[in-house]
Design a protein around this ligand. Structure first.
Ligand code: CO
Length: 133
């Protein structure tokens, strides 16, 4: 089994402050980590839940994939991050199983992680991010 944990569930939102405030009021959640990821055109806030995170995600520019996703499908579940021991190994295994990679090779993600995204087409409609800590 290559998956070691659900790393995060990512939720695309228009207003990051409003979403953080909602999770604070609803659940008493605090932001464990916050980061602007320039490569992806997003700002994220991570709320820790046991060994996983809820990741609130908002676009920082109009041409960001998350901006396009919100435009097309509205706010809501955007992708799931699966934690793996070895991102390259898991990506190769997914490709061998018929998946379509978005990232051809692992690359830097937030929190100093190594990540690779895999297209929803070929993965039963779910955008998957492989996350190696
Ligand atoms: Co993610």
């Amino acid at each position: 089994m290559l998956l070691t944990e659900i790393d995060h569930v990512a939720i695309a939102v228009r207003d990051l402050e409003a979403a953080i405030d909602y999770y604070r009021r609803a659940f008493g959640a605090e932001v464990a980590h916050r980061e602007v990821v320039d490569h992806d055109g997003v700002e994220e806030a991570l709320l820790k839940v046991a060994e996983s995170y809820v990741q609130l995600l908002t676009p920082t520019r109009d041409d960001s994939p998350v901006a396009k996703s919100i435009e097309k499908r509205g706010e809501g579940l955007h992708h799931i991050g699966y934690r793996v021991r070895d991102c390259a190994e898991a990506l190769a295994s997914m490709i061998a199983a018929g998946a379509t990679p978005i990232d051809k090779a692992p690359r830097p993600g937030s929190r100093g992680t190594t990540v690779a995204f895999v297209h929803p087409k070929g993965s039963f409609g779910t955008l998957i991010e492989l996350v190696q800590e």
